[in-house]
Write a protein that binds this ligand. Structure first.
Ligand code: NAG
Length: 180
């Protein structure tokens, strides 16, 4: 009986592995939600590695997938498609104001002098993305009809034209590690 149970459970495991031939990645777009119509429903895209809300057809929404982080309850967000070099979304800044940045090879990178870089302390709760700890996302009007989106812990000096916003992880299909 013991033997039979062992064989059955082995068979169960084997068929489960076959059911998932290659590892699929759940992809997400990062959508800004705000009571201010100007930015509500817009997706974050990347311009020269800085994430924001950009006006124009050249800018397509960034797609990310989540992996676990060493920090309890936190995740990392990597950009998709997956290239030879890993890219992750990071918060880079100082003085309590952090910019969402597309970071190359985050696990091997050294933070720039005087700047705080955080890329393994994102949290998702009820589809909403936050950084670990206290703070909020804010959007500022920027050049060329665009908006910059930053994280603030509340200590930053800010001009009065900022708007508090939320970032929602919106499902964007499935990707694969080897897809270009
Ligand atoms: C994109 O970034 C470049 C370099 O920083 C800048 O000159 C350009 O104005 C930006 N484009 C938009 C639409 O913000």
């Amino acid at each position: 009986m013991k033997w039979l149970t062992a064989v059955l459970s082995l068979g169960f495991i084997a068929s489960n592995i076959q059911a998932a031939p290659t590892e699929g990645l759940d992809l997400f777009k990062l959508k800004v939600v705000s009571s201010a119509n100007d930015v509500d429903g817009q997706y974050l895209s990347s311009n020269a590695s800085t994430l924001g809300l950009y006006d124009g057809d050249d800018f397509s929404p960034v797609r990310v997938y989540a992996t676990s982080s060493k920090k309890a309850g936190c995740i990392q967000l990597h950009t998709y498609p997956v290239g030879i070099v890993d890219h992750a979304i990071a918060l880079v800044g100082s003085g309590g104001l952090m910019t969402l940045t597309d970071m190359v090879n985050p696990s091997g990178a050294k933070p720039a002098d005087g700047l705080v870089t955080e890329w393994d302390s994102f949290r998702v709760s009820d589809t909403k993305l936050t950084n670990d700890g206290k703070g909020t996302w804010v959007a500022f009007p920027a050049a060329k009809n665009s908006w910059s989106v930053k994280w603030t812990d509340g200590s930053a000096f800010m001009t009065t034209d900022y708007m508090p916003v939320e970032i929602v992880m919106e499902p964007a299909g499935e990707g694969r590690y080897n897809e270009k």
